[in-house]
Design a binder for this molecule. Structure first.
Ligand code: APR
Ligand code: ZN
Length: 251
């Protein structure tokens, strides 16, 4: 199976990757629907909806500050680095991710499309103010602050710049992702349960346009039924081996 995946990758002209929380599991970032996943221990509808935020912004900010601190301690794992290397080899056009942990960019991937936002970015609930706390180097100060963060421009409440259930995805990111999927001849689907839409359409769009679907997951997912190749295994172990096999073929 690994050889088949490597051959498909080596002969692809417009491969993309579509990733979910599973690619960051080996970095110590909890997934959502695994045994010890976030939604197994917390109520998503109380923490990741605009309704929850309206009702109890302190609870939601406590949850996101906890996740920011946890993700800040995480480092990219060999799976993230493997995708960055495929991009450097010219074999991967983009990484389309559902993750908000910024680990693809940290691993060196350049063309990353964040469908569900970025946990280190905040935005105002009223005006167009938006800030990436990592880039502005104000993350430590932000995390040490008690109380509810307010917009420096208009004084309204700030919120995490992530997509909550029932909210629209960032239009520009979604359009770019759909365009890439329509033109892709291969999609590497890594570490996603494939149950959250519209993100989960990405592999189906590739398939409908004649592209191949190669899935890496520790168990079957909602995408497995359309996978041309399904590799059961940990992304951090499988992906680097596929890249090694590809390098034997292309260089
Ligand atoms: N390697 C590969 N796959 C893994 C690994 C691993 N080491 N560990 C877990 N997985 C797989 C699980 O088997 C599961 O299929 O990763 C997947 C994680 O699924 P979810 O927890 O549902 O995460 P995801 O698919 O990214 O969720 C999509 O749902 O909660 C929302 O917005 C949130 O972006 C998230 C979206
Ligand atoms: Zn504002």
């Amino acid at each position: 199976m690994l050889e088949r995946a490597a051959r498909l990758l080596a002969s692809s002209r417009s491969a993309i990757a579509f990733t979910g929380a599973g690619i960051s599991a080996e970095s110590g970032v909890p997934t959502f629907r695994d045994r010890d996943g976030l939604w197994k221990n917390y109520k998503a509808e109380e923490l990741a909806t605009s309704e929850a935020f309206r009702k109890n912004p302190k609870l939601v900010w406590d949850f996101y500050r906890w996740r920011m601190r946890l993700i800040l301690k995480a480092r990219p794992n060999p799976a993230h680095y493997a995708l960055a290397e495929l991009e450097r080899l010219g074999l991967l056009k983009a990484v389309i991710t559902q993750n908000v942990d910024d680990l693809h960019r940290e691993a060196g991937s350049r063309n990353v499309i964040e469908l569900h936002g970025n946990i280190f970015r905040v935005r105002c609930t009223s005006c167009s103010y938006r800030e990436n706390l990592k880039e502005s180097d104000t993350l430590e100060e932000f995390l040490s602050m008690e109380g509810l963060p307010k917009c420096p421009e208009c004084g309204s409440l700030l919120r995490p710049d992530v997509v909550w259930f029932g909210e629209p995805l960032p239009r520009e990111a979604l359009e770019r992702a759909f365009e890439l999927a329509e033109r892709a001849d291969l999609v590497l689907v890594i570490g996603t349960s494939g149950v959250v839409y519209p993100a989960a359409y990405i592999p189906y769009i590739v398939k409908e346009n004649g592209g191949k679907v190669v899935e890496i997951n520790v168990e079957r997912s909602g995408i497995t039924p359309i996978a041309d190749v399904f590799i059961r295994g940990k992304a951090g172990e499988v992906l680097p081996r596929i890249v090694e096999l590809v390098k034997e073929v292309v260089v």
